[in-house]
Design a protein around this ligand. Structure first.
Ligand code: F6R
Length: 606
């Protein structure tokens, strides 16, 4: 996830772009840059770090002009550095890109064979080379973009300047956000309307495949078939603060709704849809000789590890140990050469997880990191890196990073299984089909968020919550309880449902809300018996169940139904109502949802 701002008009564009980029910092902030037409030359200034650094740099290298593009980056290909920062420039062409070009390596290799030289490690730079090649052949800017984009696989929103054509900007999009604005003093493009809202409220939402040509007083759109298209402008009356969160009240709610996209981005380019196999070239490991696998993480990431254990053991039939980061190094772990430590950390900076990786390496094991932040500390010291592509997570309570971690672990488990020959092709095919269908099911679930708001209202005065689940949904019960604790400050416990009779059932008293994950799978009958045990002692049941289950509605006090998916993928759906229930409880209590008390987003101390 990155942020783009572009503008051409009658005012100096630098301040408009810098101000817009600052509003888009939530989309990424590891490096930033701006390109402005100045005396009919395109001048670029870029730097590592946040927009404040870019401001300092442009103060040292002044820029001014009425037409420009800017970018704030969240690295996906190539480390966060000044060289990898956008804009990228090649001869006449200067571009900024948000998205992932899946097949860039092949295109880059072809261009290198033809003698093209690249200065960055990014996937984006190839687009400047492709467009330039087309311009040299006498193609128009629109044709050049059309021809170049036709070669790409992946997602993009791009804005582009061509030196021979001052005072114009071209934009294109495919499955990445882009909004255009038409104001009194010029025209604008941005990844999110917050950046341009101070200048106009008249917005145009172009469609995938459109190519847009912006000049100071007009916006021309060519659709994917090459025809001029009319896209009706919409008048936006949001206030700018609401707009920063894309209309959501909190970043956490926005991030919950982003999950269909971040799961897709995490598996994007990693599934061969013809052969139903998983490609993870970044894990250049001898999978057949791995001894034991240790999954180590903290907090929510640890619950992803528990699901990872389930997936790896089930699919690849290798024993997996799970450890909490802060415990691992103090128990003299038996990890040794030939074993693999897989760390899971959204931030890639968590001190206890980092120390566990070092401990494992000291004992001779190799380390794989699953992280959301490119080149953060843990991936840097690990031998292998598998990145999630959730984009920056601003809400302190982890939501979209968690589902992206489960997705990465699923890919890892499938890759292991594939290389060790533990799965029949038919089963692999079935599972991969279900993975591909999952984002749209996740979308269906979050679109019923308001039902959880109603449920949350009903339990507004509860002082305790109990969460129970079984099998692969047991870690989701733990995660549900953690979410409830950390943002609503309500005491909550998560248990494997079968454990109730060994102690926790003593807690049940009249009215205790108990969230039960009771989806239709092999453990369904068992969990229904556990549920009846709670109900008969006065517990209030909030059941997360499967569509088409007519039995459970008779026992549960409240019901939230999920569409069916493969058992091994259920956590990616069952966690969504957990996140939403905690969210709405916190909203009703009036707590600081995005920055709950006593917590920090990245825990870099032991
Ligand atoms: C809970 C939460 C924390 C983190 C934990 C590990 O919502 O966000 O429990 O999961 O602090 O952080 P990372 O994944 O950055 O290592």
């Amino acid at each position: 996830m990155c942020g783009i701002v572009a503008c051409v008009g009658r005012e100096d564009s630098l301040e408009i772009i810098l101000d817009g980029l600052k509003k888009l910092e939530y989309r990424g902030y590891d490096s930033a840059g701006v390109a402005i037409f100045s005396d009919d030359k395109v001048k670029v200034v870029k730097t590592r770090g946040k927009i404040a650094n870019l401001r300092k740099k442009v103060a040292e290298q002044p820029l001014s002009g009425n037409c420009g593009i800017g970018h704030t980056r969240w690295a996906t290909h190539g480390s966060p550095s000044t060289l990898n920062a956008h804009p990228h420039q090649y001869e006449q062409v200067t571009i900024v890109h948000n998205g992932i070009i899946e097949n860039y390596a092949k295109i880059k290799a072809n261009l290198e064979e033809q003698g093209n030289k690249f200065v960055s490690e990014t996937d984006s730079e190839i687009l400047a080379h492709l467009v330039q090649a087309n311009l040299l052949q006498g193609k128009t800017p629109v044709q050049s973009l059309q021809n170049s984009l036709a070669l790409l696989e992946g997602t993009w929103a791009v804005a582009l300047l061509i030196e021979e054509q001052p005072h114009k900007i071209w934009c294109a999009l495919n499955q990445s956000p882009l909004v255009l604005g038409k104001g009194r003093n010029g025209t604008y493009a941005s990844s999110d309307l917050t950046a341009v809202l101070p200048y106009t409220r008249e917005m145009i939402f172009p469609e995938d495949g459109d190519i847009c040509e912006l000049s100071s007083d007009s916006i021309k759109i060519i659709d994917k078939d090459g025809n001029q298209a009319e896209r009706a402008p919409q008048i936006i009356d949001w206030n700018p603060v609401v707009a920063e969160k894309a209309g959501f009240k909190h970043f956490m709610l926005k991030e919950i709704h982003e999950q269909p996209r971040s799961v897709t981005d995490t598996f994007r380019g990693k599934i061969d849809r013809e052969n139903f196999t998983v490609k993870l070239p970044e894990l250049d490991l001898d999978f057949s000789s791995i001894g034991n696998i240790y999954l180590v993480a903290c907090g929510t990431s640890y619950y992803a590890a528990l699901i990872g254990k389930f997936l790896i053991e089930r699919l690849a039939r290798i024993p997996v140990y799970t450890d909490i980061g802060s415990e691992f190094r103090y128990r003299q772990p038996l990890i040794k050469q030939g074993d693999l430590l897989v760390s899971i950390s959204q931030s890639g900076e968590t001190a206890d997880t980092l120390a566990a990786v070092k401990e494992a390496q000291k004992r001779g094991a190799k380390a794989v990191s699953i992280s959301n932040v490119l080149n953060s500390q843990i991936p840097r010291i690990s031998q292998f890196q598998l990145y999630t592509h959730a984009g920056p997570e601003i809400g302190v309570a982890s939501t979209k990073a968690f589902t992206a971690q489960i997705t990465a672990l699923l890919l890892f488990a499938l890759k292991l299984a594939q290389n060790r020959g533990t799965l029949q092709r038919k089963f692999r095919e079935e599972l991969i089909q279900e993975i591909l269908a999952l984002p749209s099911l996740m979308h269906q679930v979050v679109s019923h968020a308001s039902h959880l708001n109603v449920i949350a209202r009903r339990y507004g005065n509860a002082r305790d919550f109990l969460y129970i689940g079984r099998g692969i949904n047991y870690p989701i019960a733990l995660e549900g309880a953690l979410k409830m604790k950390e943002i609503s400050y309500i005491h909550a416990e998560g248990y494997p449902a079968g454990e109730m009779k060994h102690g926790p059932i003593a807690l049940i008293e009249d009215g205790l809300p108990t969230v039960v994950i009771a989806t239709k799978n092999d453990l369904y009958e068992k969990i229904v018996s556990n549920l009846v045990e709670v109900k008969s002692r006065g517990g209030q049941i909030i059941a997360i169940a499967s569509q088409g289950d007519d039995q459970i509605g008779e026992i549960a006090n409240d019901l939230f139904l999920l569409p069916p998916t493969h058992y091994l993928l259920e956590p990616l759906l069952t966690v969504l109502p957990m996140q939403l229930l905690a969210y709405y409880m916190a909203v009703h209590k009036g707590t600081d949802v995005d920055q709950p008390r006593n917590l920090a987003k990245s825990v870099t101390v032991e």
